[in-house]
Design a protein around this ligand. Structure first.
Ligand code: SF4
Length: 205
């Protein structure tokens, strides 16, 4: 695993993204804390990983003045307003559906707010990912979404889709489909705008 992480970090560097390694969730929080210091506006996409590793709690507690929390008691209109504000934020945080050993971030979105903010807008993007999301290549990344990430998310979100029942993608045309925009982030134009923190734990799905 260590070799695999090193190889992935090297590939991220080659793609002009800045990799970090955090042994555990607490260390990941320390890195995020340093990176967002002095920010006036911090936003995030929906993410089990950010919740599980304690980053969201840390931001709420320590950066309450700057962090726009989209989770607590907001109606749909307010949430969408926060999604738009992400484009002018200093930092946008998210996780990724998969991170390839070639240094690519692969994500499939329903609303598209996460992938679009990752591509353009926020001054910096911090991606936090558990080691469980490292895959060999884009083919494995697609498989990971179809067989793990999307089915688990549809169950969590109580969506009426084939994958919520069977645990694998049924390539549906359901009203509830959460797979709408398929995005691969590869070599970046702005060096180090995207930071990727790999945490030595299993986080999210
Ligand atoms: S396309 Fe439909 S069935 Fe396939 S993973 Fe997405 S929501 Fe599930």
């Amino acid at each position: 695993m260590e070799e695999r992480i090193e190889r992935t970090m090297e590939a991220l560097r080659a793609n002009r993204m800045k990799p970090y390694y955090a042994e555990n969730s607490a260390a990941a929080c320390d890195i995020v804390r340093e990176l967002v210091k002095g920010d006036k506006l911090i936003t995030s996409g929906g993410s089990m990983t950010l919740n599980e590793c304690g980053v969201i709690d840390m931001l709420k507690k320590e950066f309450g003045g700057a962090y726009l929390d989209r989770s607590s008691g907001r109606n749909r209109e307010e949430v969408e307003e926060i999604m738009r504000k992400a484009f002018v934020s200093d930092t946008f945080l998210a996780s990724t559906n998969a991170l390839t050993e070639n240094g690519e971030l692969y994500n499939v979105d329903g609303n598209g707010n996460r992938v679009s903010a990752m591509i353009f807008g926020p001054k910096q993007v911090i991606v936090v990912t558990g080691v469980n999301k490292i895959v060999k290549d884009l083919e494995e990344a697609e498989k990971r979404v179809e067989q793990t990430a999307a089915p688990m998310n549809t169950v969590r979100l109580e969506k009426n889709t084939p994958c919520a029942k069977t645990g694998v993608c049924g390539h549906c045309h359901s009203e509830d489909r959460i797979c709408c925009s398929y995005v691969t982030l590869a070599q970046q134009r702005v060096p180090d705008r995207i930071k990727v923190i790999i945490v030595g734990e299993k986080l999210g799905y």
